[in-house]
Design a protein around this ligand. Structure first.
Ligand SMILES: Nc1ncnc2c1ncn2[C@@H]1O[C@H](COP(=O)(O)OP(=O)(O)OP(=O)(O)O)[C@@H](O)[C@H]1O
Length: 515
């Protein structure tokens, strides 16, 4: 049974501690390269000197000394010490650095005299975002089923152990070269209780994966919030690009309503009592269009997606029930993780960096060209007496005088920053709308134009993208019936929040979800 491996009685947590916890120095490890840059610190690939084992070291950022040890790190350590499952990242130990830390060249770094704390994790070769960003990657249906099943199994384990992850997204799903997928980054996770629902913050989960109940201001919520994010990832795997790439909270809600319909007391009993419902409820009817927009998906995939993307969290499918869905039990079956192809490591940080370097390189080449103009190699050379068009001037120029196209800004092009708040989100340009229909003159999806909730308890959403200022024409841009995305189409290969998509090279690529 798919779910069997995940089952563990609630409360049955392994609390055995490693004898090493906190007692060893980071000098027991040799840093090899940086593989991640998160909100809460850098992540390095490192080798344990004694054993040669490769691990990931996550440095806990202690920028703000006065606030002491960051609460996110305390939570992450506390929770990970309890969770032991093959689809949850393993925290092996905590190590410290006492005195001056060394910089990348091995010299003491003057700014780092305070000492540091590192979490030592098992090393994973990829994160899903980085893997999917590799050129030429194309996930097959059995592969998608395999990843989805592992994601759901890991999440089911968290949920029965009363842990909400609260930041499910591609870069937090780590994959090794044995095809194992593990949930990582429990910095926003927390325990919950089914009996006593206490108030929790609604400013969690990266915007594109954040469910409507949080966007509407709910502070009493449960595992269903993670299942919404899983639905977004599932749809992204099938569709080939993010389905709700909002640039701020109002736009995010608009995108959700355009696809999933507007919430009301009929489809979501109790919605009108959610704090910000009146501020954000659409002023015009919006039908649920998921089945229509994604009609090219496999029937069982669509059925499952419908249940993951239920607006009402009470009606949203649980991880356990999702594992029992027909989708996983009909042909083609999920593949064996071990049969998955092995790739050189790819983390979002590295793919972003490579893209940045490529862009830099192109800019330099352009600058060089401006300084030393040369005839355009694609145009017939201007005939000058005795002059021959210059061809290659250096190793950085291709035969044709042009560089391979860059697929827009880095994938998940949002700046790093707190996982909540507009600064973190893609700053622009994901407008577009469904490509087979226009919601003539909708001007932003018809939110009520009433006053926005005041700051404080109310949504601190910026006014951009709100009624009047909301992005016109939506922005979801679902390629109905067409699994590949023509360049310059409504999604315009670049300029969007993320140039390429989570699940494969770029937007023009075709994915293996069609049978
Ligand atoms: N165990 C690991 N093995 C390999 N790579 C890892 C590991 N843990 C983290 N990474 C890489 O580092 C990145 C950042 O890690 P993580 O998400 O834990 O940090 P964070 O500071 O919480 O980041 P964020 O701001 O995205 O929430 C991941 O996306 C992944 O690419």
């Amino acid at each position: 049974m798919a779910a069997a491996g995940a089952l563990a009685a609630p409360g049955q947590l392994n609390l055995t501690e490693s004898p090493y916890w906190g007692s060893r120095s980071v000098d027991c490890f040799e840093k090899l390269e940086q593989i991640g840059e998160g909100t809460y610190g850098q992540v390095y690939m490192a080798r344990e000197i004694k054993t040669g084992e490769i691990v990931a070291l996550k440095k806990i950022r202690m920028d703000n000394e006065r606030e002491g040890f960051p609460i996110t790190a305390i939570r992450e350590i506390k929770i990970l010490k309890k969770l032991h499952h093959e689809n949850v990242i393993k925290l092996k130990e905590i190590v410290t650095s006492q005195g001056p830390e060394k910089d990348d060249l091995g010299k003491p770094d003057d700014n780092k005299y305070k000492g540091g704390i590192y979490m030592v994790f098992e090393y994973m070769d990829h994160d899903l975002t980085g893997l999917a960003d590799r050129p030429g990657i194309r996930f097959t249906v059995p592969q998608i089923k395999c990843y989805m099943r592992q994601l759901l199994t890991g999440l089911h384990y968290c949920h029965i152990n009363q842990v909400l992850h609260r930041d499910i997204k591609g870069s937090n799903l780590l994959i090794d070269n044995e095809g194992n997928l593990k949930l990582a980054d429990f910095g926003l996770a927390r325990s919950f209780s089914n009996e006593h629902q206490s108030n929790l913050t609604n400013r969690v989960i990266t915007l594109w994966y954040r469910p409507p109940e949080l966007l509407l201001g709910s502070t009493k919520y449960g595992p269903a919030v993670d299942m919404w994010s899983v639905g977004c990832i599932f749809a992204e795997l099938l569709h080939g690009k993010p389905i709700f790439p909002g640039k701020d909270e109002p736009e995010q809600l608009n995108k959700i309503f355009e696809l999933c319909g507007a919430p009301d007391e009929v489809n979501w009993p109790g919605v009108s009592k959610i704090p910000w419902y009146n501020n954000f409820k659409p002023t015009r009817p919006m039908k649920r269009r998921l089945r229509e927009v994604f009609r090219h998906f496999d029937r069982h995939a669509l059925e499952l997606l419908e249940r993951m993307l239920a607006l009402d969290p009470a009606q949203r499918i649980s991880a356990k029930d999702a594992l029992d869905a027909e989708y996983f039990w009909t042909d083609p079956p999920p593949c064996d993780p071990k049969s998955l192809p092995k790739y050189e490591s790819s983390h979002e940080f590295q793919t972003k960096k490579k893209r940045q370097q490529q862009r830099q390189h192109e800019e330099n080449a352009k600058r060089q060209k401006l300084q030393h103009p040369q005839p355009h190699s694609r145009l017939p050379p201007i005939q000058q007496s005795g002059a021959r068009p210059q061809m290659r001037t250096g190793p950085n120029q291709s035969m044709h005088g042009s560089q391979p196209p860059v697929t827009g800004p880095g994938h998940y092009g949002r700046p790093r920053g707190p996982p909540v708040g507009p600064g973190r989100y893609p700053s622009s340009g994901t407008s577009g709308g469904y490509n087979h229909q226009s919601h003539g003159g909708q001007g932003g999806g018809g939110y009520g134009s009433g006053p926005y909730p005041p700051q404080g308890r109310a949504p601190p959403y910026p006014s951009s993208g709100m009624p009047g200022g909301a992005p016109r024409g939506g922005g979801s841009g679902y390629g109905v019936g067409a699994p590949n995305y023509p360049p310059g189409g409504p999604y315009g290969g670049s300029g969007a929040g993320r140039g390429s998509n989570m699940m494969g090279g770029n937007r023009n690529q075709q994915y293996g979800w069609q049978q």
